[in-house]
Design a protein around this ligand. Structure first.
Ligand SMILES: [Zn+2]
Ligand SMILES: [Zn+2]
Length: 348
């Protein structure tokens, strides 16, 4: 099995090490984490008793948060069966690293901002656990598609593992736009393959356990995952309410397909997760939110791997994004505004 990656958050130099994005295990009680959301989008109670939990506390549910952190690459030492509800020093360190890698204020406490972040839907690829990510990152060993230039990668949408409520034409158009974004900044051409089996990059929608050891989890929670080069696997959770047009979609838990595919293609190319909140490669994405335009951070990261498309000029990126990518690392933003939206998993 190809090594997946962890993404990570991306790495910067020096490279952080990633492990497989998903552990070969499911997380007991994961669907009770912090908040719940039913398949129709009804949001459950916020676990207010967890807010501002600090060292020495013993609060019911903390073990679930430990499992969550473990799942995304933190708290890797020790067996998950030993996780307790005690807020110990190891947990505090993990929270601090999580806050740092997610671009949050580092407090080592379960403040509201951190709980909101944990409750946000996200990519299934793990974050870096070996160090602080300050902007873009790569998988361990910095794998890339090592082919003679000019590189052409073919892609195809599964003929069978697809959606029945969005037309194939619209789905493929969203996927095409996502690939085009990356092709504009690096010297790689993406071509749609007629034969799915022959494609370098294979996209599909899957539910639950779909055979790669990284089962999906239902509505929200983990939205998608992809594997590091040169696997080419890009999987989307079929349980999400995917959308290519929020204008025609009423669901509160609708997720923008193009944004997520753009993010996952970043993994396919070798990028991990970025700590820059505005970056496409940041690990989480709120429902009904579109974030598909590459930022300076995304572009700089992928160009380290492949160089620049000769026709691309960094100045062509939106004005607001042409400042130094690293300067936005500290831009935490009013995450609390997301609390309402913060969903986590399905009650089912
Ligand atoms: Zn990701
Ligand atoms: Zn998968």
């Amino acid at each position: 099995m190809p090594s997946l990656l962890l993404l990570l958050h991306f790495l910067h130099f020096p490279l952080l090490s990633f492990s497989r994005p998903y552990p070969n295990e499911t997380i007991p009680g994961q669907n009770k984490l912090l908040l719940t959301v039913s398949p129709n989008g009804t949001i459950g109670d916020w676990r207010s008793d967890l807010v501002d939990t600090d060292s020495g506390s013993n609060v019911s549910g903390l073990s679930e948060l430990k499992l969550y952190l473990h799942r995304f690459g933190y708290l890797q030492n020790g067996a998950t069966s030993n996780f307790t509800d005690v807020f110990d020093e190891e947990f505090k360190s993990a929270i601090s690293l999580y806050q740092s890698n997610l671009g949050l204020r580092v407090t080592g406490r379960l403040d509201s901002q951190t709980l909101s972040q944990i409750s946000s839907p996200r990519c299934g690829v793990r974050d870096s656990v070996d160090g602080v990510v300050t902007k873009y990152a790569y998988f361990s060993g910095r794998p890339r598609w090592a082919r003679p230039s000019p590189i052409t990668l073919t892609y195809a949408l599964s003929p069978t593992d697809t959606l029945d409520y969005i037309s194939r034409k619209d789905t493929e158009a969203a996927v095409r736009r996502a690939f085009d974004r990356w092709a504009q900044v690096i010297p790689i051409r993406f071509s749609r393959a007629e034969d799915y089996e022959e494609a370098d990059v294979k996209l599909g929608f899957y539910s639950g356990d779909h055979g790669d050891g990284e089962p999906f989890d239902g509505v929200l929670g983990v939205l998608a995952h992809a594997f590091s080069p040169e696997s080419g696997k890009l999987h989307l959770d079929a349980a999400e309410r995917w959308s290519v047009d929020f204008g025609g979609e009423d669901s509160k838990v609708a997720v923008d397909l193009e944004s997520v595919v753009t993010h996952e293609i970043g993994h396919v190319l070798g990028l991990g997760h970025s700590s820059v909140r505005e970056a496409v490669m940041y690990p989480s994405l709120s429902p009904r939110t579109r974030k598909a335009d590459l930022t300076v951070d995304d572009v700089e990261g992928v160009q380290v791997l492949y160089g620049s498309n000769p026709n691309f000029k960094m100045s062509s990126l939106p004005e607001s994004d042409t400042s130094s990518a690293s300067s936005s690392c500290a831009l935490v933003g009013p995450v609390l505004a997301m609390i309402i939206v913060v969903l986590i998993h399905t009650i089912s």
